[in-house]
Design a protein around this ligand. Structure first.
Ligand code: GLY
Ligand code: MN
Ligand code: MN
Length: 442
């Protein structure tokens, strides 16, 4: 029989989930927990559903990511019970009851009818419900998604268990294969659309399996931070390629960006320089570091880089203070990663839900917490040539600090972003992404 180290790790993970649940249920005055997997809404005036996205609280307990209307019931002191939705349906193929080592750790039952579910918790006492509110009866309304309970769970979720870390490693490995195939497609001169298809094929994924829509951007399109189109037509001249694409393993995400230049020159130099800054910043992912400081360090380092290439006429600290780095690097340096690509809890100051403020003038930073062992983040510096931000800078005092001729030279390349997923540990940063790329290449 094939054994997988995840089997043992899952057992320990479930113990952690149960301990956390025991504590927060006790603190919030509940006797039991019900977590609904959610379901997909039906399209307006249609009989088809939108793609289904599982409730992250549900997949935190069990690796079931594609079976809507399943429900987890947990009472402290008992094995978690999974009600696996299995309707009598001849239009769709009901999913088979999962097989696998992890299923031994829970009580797994078929749920033919959602209406039969409540019999599993009516006698459990005061029950907290987590999931899309529409999934619960009016009678349960008072205890659906209680804020105190969610805050406690969301704060804890930043600390990944060894099982979660292994799932995140594997999500990076999957994506590394996709990235390698996508790069080959770009090198072969394929369109954005075809390059995306090559990525999906290499990851053995369809789009709805991904943690977010791939960003596959050539030339000027790389200046749009979340570029969402896939051009079917190949550009006449290929200059640059930015790909931001991840994968999921048992519901855990990777979030990876690489940028390539078609030719050696000013843009390939810029890519190499951002890559060097990015690797430096990855060394900042250590226990006890305030992530807001990592973000501000990124601004200073990118400002120094812009100064070195003579795009601006001041160093990093001045560039940060003058709002110059914001023109070229308008997003946060990273965010929590896990069950969601932008995992919850990034700006929580404590488990009671207090916000830990962003540095003034940095509204898009999604993570302001201290780094602790087990916290997994992205590190994603970038330099972009974004028309709307350049126009704003041109209309104020920043205009005098920028070499507009160099901006014009670099503008057709769109921008650079390099993004890795990095785990904080007592032994130092673990770069899940670079490790995965290295393994993929060997
Ligand atoms: N792919 C979205 C992000 O990097 O945050
Ligand atoms: Mn990201
Ligand atoms: Mn990304």
């Amino acid at each position: 029989m094939v054994t997988d180290k995840l089997d043992g790790l899952y057992r320990e993970h479930l113990q952690v989930m149960m301990r956390r649940a025991d504590r927060v249920l006790g603190e919030c005055g509940f006797d039991a927990l019900v977590v609904h997997a959610g379901s997909a809404p039906t399209q307006f005036l249609d009989d088809q559903d939108y793609p289904y996205k599982v409730n992250p609280h549900f997949k935190a307990w069990v690796p079931i990511t594609d079976n809507a209307r399943s429900i987890l019931v947990y009472r402290p002191g008992s094995k978690p019970k999974v009600l696996f939705h299995q309707p009598d349906d001849f239009w769709h193929k009901p999913a088979p009851i999962p097989q696998g080592a992890w299923t031994r750790e829970v009580e797994l039952l078929a749920l033919p009818q959602p209406s039969e579910a409540s019999a599993h918790w009516v006698k459990l006492g005061r029950t907290a419900f987590i999931g899309p509110p529409g999934e619960f009866d009016a009678a349960e309304a008072g205890a659906v998604n209680p804020a105190q309970l969610l805050n406690l769970l969301h704060f804890d979720r930043a600390i990944k268990t060894p099982y979660e870390l292994e799932c995140l490693r594997r999500a990076s490995h999957l994506a590394a294969h996709g990235h390698s195939a996508a790069r080959a497609a770009f090198d072969a001169g394929e369109s954005e659309f075809t390059t995306n298809m090559r990525y999906l094929e290499a990851c053995q994924a369809r789009e709805e399996d991904l943690p977010y829509h791939n960003i596959v951007a050539y030339n000027e399109n790389a200046a749009t931070l979340h570029y969402q189109h896939l051009d079917r037509v190949k550009p006449r001249l290929l200059r640059s390629f930015l790909i931001d694409a991840g994968a999921q393993y048992r519901g855990y995400a990777s979030d990876i960006t690489r940028t390539y230049a078609a030719d050696v020159g000013v843009f390939s130099d810029l890519v190499a320089a951002v890559d060097a800054v990015q690797q430096d910043l990855c060394q900042e992912i250590v226990v006890g570091r305030d992530f807001r400081e990592v973000h501000l360090t990124a601004h200073r380092q990118l400002g120094d880089l812009l100064h070195r290439i003579k795009l601006i006429d001041v160093g990093g600290q001045d560039a940060l203070e003058l709002g110059l780095t914001n023109v070229f690097f308008p997003h946060g340096i990273g965010h929590l990663l896990g069950l969601q690509v932008h995992d919850v809890g990034g700006i929580m100051g404590n488990s009671a839900g207090a916000e830990r403020q962003r540095p003034e003038g940095h509204p898009y930073l999604r993570l302001t917490r201290m780094l602790e062992p087990g916290v997994v983040v992205t590190v994603e510096p970038g330099i972009y040539f974004i028309d709307t931000l350049l126009a704003r800078a041109k209309s104020d005092a920043r205009r005098a600090h920028i070499d507009w001729a160099l901006v014009e030279t670099l503008h057709p390349f769109g921008g650079v972003r390099i993004e890795d997923d990095v785990a904080t540990s007592a032994a130092g940063p673990e770069n899940l992404t670079r490790n995965a790329f290295a393994a993929c290449a060997s």
